[in-house]
Design a protein around this ligand. Structure first.
Ligand code: NAD
Ligand code: MG
Length: 395
């Protein structure tokens, strides 16, 4: 039996992972499930798959979790330390699907035990890519990409020599606002930006798709995970979201990965790797689909892409600052403090402000370094939002 733990079990990726696991109960021994505020879901899932322990990130919710698990024999724990301890529990495969930089530390910790880490938490690679890969190498642990584009690239690279790779193209749906006139984007609400045309995902990544901050993160993720130069990475808008990524080789061949927009494919690939198993995803009918469209993303509609290009060139702490500022800008947008198109400005200004305090190209040396930079960048981004917001109020 494969021992598995799921970090972020109550989220969109976590639920899709549980769906696959619950279909084959005899094959898995579920060790830990973690969540945050949705205690009812966490407890119900822990009971359903007979997990050994359920952990909520929220310390104050421990009594609720205990009550919800009463009589089940399932352990309950809470808080960031408990999340790390859950990552110490022996497992063969761990899904890293907490949203945001909060997912970094538990994934990092799991690598210490040589566990295979299925990585949905793209923030881990954006904030601490080189450290994460070094930690995996040090302990002989495998990291498998779960982001659909990166799983697609990974699959296209099986049996290939990286030296023969010329370019990697990741596709973008264009997000929920892709058909809006550009001038109207400034007035988009979180509800407008939070509806995705093709994928059913968590709220934050869905809004990041509309702004293409998600694609920006994925460009950085591509550079970090596959070790290619920024100039080798491209993105193209592909409204159907059926091709997830393409790899171009030095003989001119372009290998595309196609599939329905269903995360259970990428999750299932990582779960069964290196084997392929039957997965409950729809099969594409190409004659019915008939047309696949592509166009270049507009730099003015999607300013996040140019910021990502800069971050990839700079390296060092810039990915961590980029992500932290993006998370704070997104919080500000969700709270109605700033507009949809203000988010990119906040991120760019945070990077500028941080670079005036010291070079961003100096690589963080430890997880602690990363977490410290993350906190400083969050504070900086908050100050920038507050000062802009106050200027607006006073105007
Ligand atoms: P989600 O918001 O649906 O779920 C997030 C999970 O993280 C929940 O279980 C939540 O309880 C937990 N969580 C939230 N804040 C936490 C904190 N501070 N500490 C500990 N746990 C916390 O998110 P999602 O859409 O499932 O995305 C999860 C990760 O996977 C993200 O990094 C996202 O970018 C990535 N990803 C998601 C998709 C997708 O289809 N949803 C696709 C590719 C990559
Ligand atoms: Mg993706």
């Amino acid at each position: 039996m494969k021992r598995v733990s799921i970090f972020g079990a109550t989220g969109s990726i976590g639920q899709n992972t549980l769906d696959l696991i619950a279909r084959d109960p005899g094959a898995y021994d579920v060790v830990a499930l973690t969540g945050a505020r949705n205690i009812a879901q966490l407890a119900a899932d822990a009971r359903r798959v007979s997990a050994s322990i359920a952990v909520t990130a929220e310390e104050d919710l421990l009594p609720d979790l205990r009550a919800a698990l009463e009589g089940s024999g399932i352990e309950a724990a809470a808080g960031p330390k408990a999340l790390l301890e859950a990552a110490d529990r022996p497992a063969d495969w761990i899904m890293s699907a907490i949203v945001g930089a909060a997912g970094l530390a538990p994934g990092f910790r799991a690598l210490r035990h040589g566990t295979t880490l299925a990585l949905a938490n793209k923030e881990s690679l954006v904030t601490a890519g080189p450290l994460l890969l070094a930690e995996a190498a040090k302990h002989g642990a495998t990291i498998l990409p779960v982001d659909s584009e990166h799983s697609a690239v990974f699959q296209a690279l099986v049996g290939e020599d990286m030296a023969a790779v010329e370019r990697i193209i990741i596709t973008a749906s264009g997000g929920g606002l892709r058909d809006w006139p550009e001038a109207a984007l400034a007035n988009a609400s979180p509800a407008d930006a939070g509806a995705h045309p093709n994928w059913d995902m968590g709220q934050r990544i869905t809004i990041d798709s509309a702004s293409m901050f998600n694609k920006a993160m994925e460009l950085i993720e591509t550079k970090e995970f596959f070790g290619v130069r920024p100039s080798q990475i491209e993105t193209v808008v592909h409204p159907q979201s059926l091709i997830h990524a393409l790899v171009g080789f030095n003989d001119g061949a372009l290998m595309a990965h196609l599939g329905p927009p269903d995360m259970r494919h990428a999750i299932g690939y990582a779960l069964n790797y290196p084997d392929r198993a039957h997965l409950p995803v729809a099969r594409l009918d190409l004659a019915q689909i008939a047309t696949l469209e592509f166009h270049a993303p507009s730099p003015t509609r999607y300013p996040a892409l140019a910021i990502a290009a800069q971050v990839m060139e700079t390296g060092g702490t810039s990915g961590c600052i980029f992500n932290a500022a993006k998370e704070i800008a997104l919080d500000g947008f969700l709270a109605g403090q700033i507009g949809f198109m203000d988010m990119a400005g906040i991120v760019a200004d945070t990077l500028d402000a941080m670079s005036s305090q010291g070079s961003l190209s100096i690589a963080p040396q430890s997880l602690e370094d990363v977490l410290k930079t993350d906190q400083i960048a969050r504070d900086m981004a908050k100050r920038i939002i507050t000062s802009r917001f106050e200027q607006k109020e006073n105007a």
